[in-house]
Design a protein around this ligand. Structure first.
Ligand code: SAH
Length: 475
């Protein structure tokens, strides 16, 4: 236990630990003797782990398999082409045997030598088990089910893999070296703890940026004179694509960003399931047209964003779909940059992609759609924009996806037909793509307006026009 993890005098006594099937400990194997008996691939995998941990590894196998043979020549690895003997175990800390070995005899010899034993796939002869490992060394996570369900353990490992950014390894390595710098300052317990809390906050907020010399300098400066360092050093905005609604369509990066945020600013279209991915303690503010204030204009949202980031907060700015598609991202990015504040963008699944997936219809098809165009049929003034490229929209070899287009659909569709696109061109309206109550209205340019009026959609909709949608699977 390091000094900063030690309990402070006067702190609440720790709660009793529930019963543990095994005691999880992390063994320093570097330079210490580890014995593996048996030549199977399973033995080779354990040998590989011990070798990765820098052990003085001795493998005894009359007939080593290919996986073991491949370990030959690694520093610290000695392969002995014979069966194990009792005296091989002397000085060993860990002893591992595979299913070809007489486990009771091996365990007796290992215990006599003072080593802990693992008999692969024979629980009853094991003093210790290997967990499933998530490796961000020196940060290491191991999962054990006490042999009850190793495959379940591996599935949980995959979950944790996706949650722990690869960059945490670099932060943990930085901690190893910065620890000495901190020690040299001879600070109080409280100041050291503050240092590590700020360190963790930086690592969590910017997991995939390699820790820099400037991070080290800033953290050490703060540790010595906390009040002289600007409070906003940590603030940043992350524009996050919340996707079309289904939280399963968030990217892993979006989930991580949400879990690092102090404040979440979200639009109306963002679903509860997506918001649930944020940290429990994060403050959530609805800045959609119907939230926050009666009418939350873009200028107010931008100002709020700048204010929060300027105050040192990590702000997740959640936007429906992809932030870079009809999302007014530029205004927010430019305002943050003007204020000298950090901003980054995490892309998301745009409504057009979700709608095409719902229909099992590709947006592009070699023979039917040479071009894919996204338009919004909603001008600043509210009506149909007058600067649309009508020739492009009437192109029979284009797929067109219309965002924000329900209100102006009659005028849009009429004009596209006047410009020459045939009335029997497929047209599909997809409402609430990816939500449980997603709906599709499948028709043609000539029929879609009446069909839409009859369907009276209340949720967000995109209109897809073009021959690529002639096989729209849902109706
Ligand atoms: N940035 C968003 C678009 C924002 S504009 C994106 O990339 O998807 C808002 C419009 O997006 C809505 O009016 C609607 O046309 C469309 N939209 C958003 N979510 C949708 C969904 N789940 N289903 C259908 N259309 C959606």
């Amino acid at each position: 236990m390091s000094a900063n993890e030690r309990r402070r005098p006067g702190a609440e006594p720790a709660r009793r630990m529930d019963a543990l099937a095994t005691l999880p400990v992390f063994v320093r194997a570097s330079g210490r003797r580890v014995v593996v008996a048996g030549g199977s691939d399973a033995a080779a995998w354990k040998a590989e782990l011990a070798a990765a941990a820098g052990a003085d590894l001795h493998v005894f196998a009359q007939a080593p398999g290919a996986a073991l043979a491949a370990l030959a020549g690694r520093p610290g690895v000695t392969l002995h082409a014979r069966d194990w003997r009792s005296d091989d175990l002397s000085g060993a800390v860990l002893a591992i045997c595979d299913e070809t070995i007489d486990a009771p005899a091996f365990r007796a010899a290992a215990r006599a030598a003072g080593a802990l034993v693992n008999a692969i796939d024979r629980q009853e002869f094991c003093d210790f088990q290997f967990g499933s490992i998530v490796n961000r060394s020196p940060l290491v996570v191991a999962i054990s089910t006490d042999g009850a369900a190793p495959v379940f353990g591996q599935a949980i490992r995959m979950r944790i893999e996706t949650l722990l950014p690869a960059g945490f390894a670099a932060w943990a390595r930085a901690a190893q070296t910065w620890r000495a710098d901190l020690k040299a300052l001879a600070l109080t317990f409280r100041a050291r703890r503050d240092f590590w809390e700020r360190f963790a906050a930086r690592a969590l907020a910017r997991p995939n940026d390699a820790p820099q010399e400037s991070d080290r300098a800033a953290l050490l400066a703060q540790a010595q004179a906390p009040e002289t360092v600007a409070a906003n050093a940590r603030g940043r905005a992350i524009l996050i694509g919340a996707g079309p609604g289904d939280p399963e369509l968030l990217t892993l990066r979006a989930v991580r960003a949400l879990q690092s945020a102090d404040v979440v600013l979200y639009d109306d279209l963002v679903s509860q399931g997506v918001l649930d991915m944020a940290r429990r303690e994060a403050q959530r503010l609805n800045v959609g047209k119907r939230g926050y204030k009666p009418s939350c204009g873009q200028d107010e949202i931008t100002a709020l964003l700048v204010e929060l980031v300027g105050a040192g907060k990590v702000v997740a700015r959640l936007k429906g779909g992809d932030p870079m598609v009809f999302g007014r991202a530029t205004e927010e990015i430019e305002a943050l940059q003007r204020a000298g504040l950090a901003v980054e963008v995490t892309p998301g699944v745009t409504a057009a992609s979700a709608a095409a997936s719902a229909l099992l219809a590709s947006l592009t098809e070699r023979d039917k759609a040479r071009r894919l165009q996204f338009i919004t049929a909603h001008s600043r003034a509210g009506g149909l924009p007058d600067d649309l490229n009508w020739r492009a929209l009437a192109d029979p070899k284009a797929s067109t996806v219309v965002y924000m287009g329900v209100h102006t659909m009659p005028a849009l569709v009429e004009r596209i037909m006047q410009e020459g696109l045939a009335g029997d061109t497929p047209a599909v309206l997809v409402e609430r793509a990816s939500w449980p109550d997603e709906r599709a209205v499948v028709g043609t340019l000539a029929t879609i307006v009446a069909q839409t009026q009859a369907a009276a959609p209340a949720g967000p909709c995109v209109l897809l026009i073009g021959s690529a949608f002639s096989h729209a699977a849902r109706g």
